[in-house]
Ligand binder design. Structure first.
Ligand SMILES: [Zn+2]
Length: 195
């Protein structure tokens, strides 16, 4: 992070503290050349996720649409609404932290099934019947079989776990916020990539 006054690349951190209700870290820095001080904020990168639908159309990820599908599948199962919201939060975070910005709708469906599998069998079957477009009783039986013999499915290669691995890698963006900073051309940008 270059000093906004003299562009010197090295500085020392005087103070770090949590900001924006824990969603970012605010750091007070001092330039090692001109000794002037400036503030940076570090936060999790948030980039819109694009969903590739079965029809080939693309649309931006819609959280409420996903929640609605899950709520419908979980109707009368007694699962608290807050738990479903949490599930959507988790899936959204998984998608957010992947290195790829595009996800297919069937992949999202698999994420949901992965979560429902551990939550409720009825909800799982209901969601699967819509998501995998069940044609008849045979599809239900096959899915039930699969639920009862999960050993057929190698756990280590599930898309959820892959996403979690990606989430562990550091993707942060820092933004220089000192308003008295030098009027650089970048001042119109909402954030500067921290590389
Ligand atoms: Zn400086």
């Amino acid at each position: 992070m270059r000093c906004p006054f003299c562009q010197f690349p090295d500085n020392r951190v005087l103070e770090s503290r949590s900001a924006e209700s824990g969603h970012s870290v605010r750091r007070r820095r001092e330039c090692l050349r001109c000794s002037r001080r400036f503030t940076t904020y570090e936060r999790i990168e948030f980039v819109p996720v694009v969903v590739l639908k079965k029809s080939g159309e693309r649309e931006s990820f819609d959280r409420s649409k996903l929640l609605q599908g899950i709520v419908t599948a979980c109707e009368k199962t007694g699962i608290p609404h807050a738990q479903l919201e949490n599930m959507v939060d988790e899936i959204e975070a998984e998608l957010q932290q992947r290195s790829i910005r595009e996800v297919s709708s069937s992949e999202i469906g698999d994420f949901v099934l992965d979560h429902l599998k551990h939550l409720n069998e009825v909800a799982y079957i209901r969601f699967a019947s819509v998501h995998r477009q069940f044609k008849g009783i045979r599809d239900f039986i096959e899915t039930l079989d699969h639920l009862q013999h999960p050993a057929d499915e190698p756990e280590s290669s599930s898309p959820t776990e892959q996403a979690e691995e990606t989430a562990a890698t550091e993707t942060t963006t820092e933004t220089a916020t000192e308003t008295t900073a030098s009027p650089s051309q970048e001042s119109n940008l909402p954030s500067m990539s921290h590389t």
